[in-house]
Design a binder for this molecule. Structure first.
Ligand code: ATP
Length: 284
C-alpha cells in the first residue's frame, strides 16, 4: 500500500464482535493536512474504525497505516504524535483546569504552553476552577485542550461539539479551522451535518460497516448537479414548487408573469442533510 502524502491509509478493514460485523471492508484515506469527517448513523462502525486507527482496538483483517505506522504495533513515540478527543469526558477529581492541562503537557515531548492552550479553547477565565465544577460544554473544551496540548500531527475528534451551545460550537469551529490552517490533519466523527460542511474538506459516509461515498461536502451524492427547487406562492393557487436545472430562467419567467416580485420566492438545492439521509436510506 503506497502511503505517500497520507496521514491515514486503510484498506479492507474488518472487525466483528462475535457474529456482529461492525466494520465490513472499509477503505479510507486521509491526506496529510486534510480535515475529513466520518458520518454515519448510530452503530455504523465509526467508533470501531477510529479506535482501530488510534491503536485502541484490534482488527480482524485489513491494512492500516497511521502516520506511517501500524497502530496495532506502534509505540509511545508514535502515540505522542496523535491527539485524541474521545466521546466521554475524563474525570480529574479536584484538580483545576490549569493543573490538568499542565499535567498532560508533561506527557508530551514538544507540548504547547498549557496556559496558551487553555486560552485557545476559551477557558482562560476558568483556569483556576476545579474541573468537576465545569459545565458540560466547558468540560468538552477541556477535552479538546488535552487533545491538542501535545501539538498533534493528527487529531481525532469523536463528536466534539455534542452538548455545546450554538455560540460555543462556532467558537470551536474557529479553533478547529485554526488547527487545520496550521497544518494539523483532522479526522472527526459527528452527527451534525452543518459541522461536517463547515469543517471538512471531504466527508466519508459509512453505513452498516461500509463506506458509501467519500467526497467534498458540495459534491456528495451528486449534490452539485442536483436540480434546484424553485418555490413560490401563487395568490390564486397557493404554494407552488418546481424542480429545474435552470432556476434563473424559471425565476425570470415567473417575474415576468407576476409583473415584478414573485410572491414567497425561494430557490434551494438539497442540503447536505437531505443528501446524507438519502444515501443512508433513511425515509425522512
Ligand atoms: N465492544 C463491543 N462489543 C460488541 N459489539 C460492539 C462493541 N462495540 C461496538 N459494537 C457493535 O458494533 C457496531 C458498530 O458500533 P460502533 O460503536 O463502531 O458504531 P458508531 O458508528 O460509532 O455508532 P454511534 O454513532 O452510535 O457512536 C454496533 O452494532 C455496535 O453495537
Amino acid at each position: 500500500m503506497n502511503t505517500d502524502g497520507l496521514a491515514v491509509a486503510v484498506r479492507g478493514l474488518r472487525r466483528s464482535y462475535g457474529d456482529r460485523v461492525a466494520v465490513d471492508g472499509v477503505d479510507l484515506q486521509v491526506r496529510t493536512g486534510e480535515v475529513v469527517a466520518l458520518l454515519g448513523p448510530n452503530g455504523a462502525g465509526k467508533t470501531t474504525t477510529v479506535e482501530i486507527l488510534e491503536g485502541y482496538r484490534r482488527r480482524d483483517a485489513g491494512q492500516v497505516r497511521v502516520l506511517g505506522a501500524d497502530p496495532a504495533t506502534a509505540g509511545a513515540a508514535w502515540r505522542a504524535r496523535l491527539g485524541i478527543v474521545l466521546q466521554s469526558t475524563g474525570e480529574f477529581d479536584d484538580l483545576t483546569v490549569a493543573e490538568v492541562v499542565g499535567h498532560f503537557a508533561g506527557l508530551y515531548p514538544r507540548a504547547q504552553d498549557p496556559a496558551e492552550v487553555v486560552a485557545r479553547v476559551g477557558l482562560a477565565d476558568s483556569g483556576r476552577r476545579r474541573t468537576r465544577t465545569l459545565s458540560g460544554g466547558q468540560k468538552r473544551r477541556l477535552d479538546v485542550a488535552l487533545g491538542i496540548v501535545g501539538r498533534p500531527e493528527l487529531l481525532f475528534l469523536d463528536e466534539p461539539t455534542t452538548g455545546f451551545d450554538p455560540q460555543a460550537r462556532r467558537e470551536f469551529w474557529e479553533l478547529i479551522r485554526g488547527l487545520a490552517g496550521a497544518g494539523t490533519t483532522i479526522l472527526l466523527t459527528t452527527h451534525y451535518l452543518d459541522e461536517a460542511e463547515a469543517l471538512a474538506d471531504r466527508v466519508a459516509v459509512i453505513a452498516a460497516g461500509r463506506i458509501v461515498e467519500v467526497a467534498a461536502p458540495a459534491d456528495l451524492g451528486g449534490r452539485r448537479d442536483a436540480p434546484a427547487v424553485v418555490a413560490w406562492r401563487d395568490p390564486a393557487e397557493g404554494a407552488r414548487r418546481r424542480e429545474t436545472h435552470t432556476p434563473a430562467a424559471l425565476v425570470a419567467e415567473l417575474a415576468a408573469a407576476y409583473g415584478g416580485e414573485v410572491p414567497g420566492l425561494t430557490v434551494s438545492r438539497p442540503s447536505l442533510e437531505d443528501t446524507y439521509l438519502r444515501m443512508i436510506g433513511a425515509t425522512a
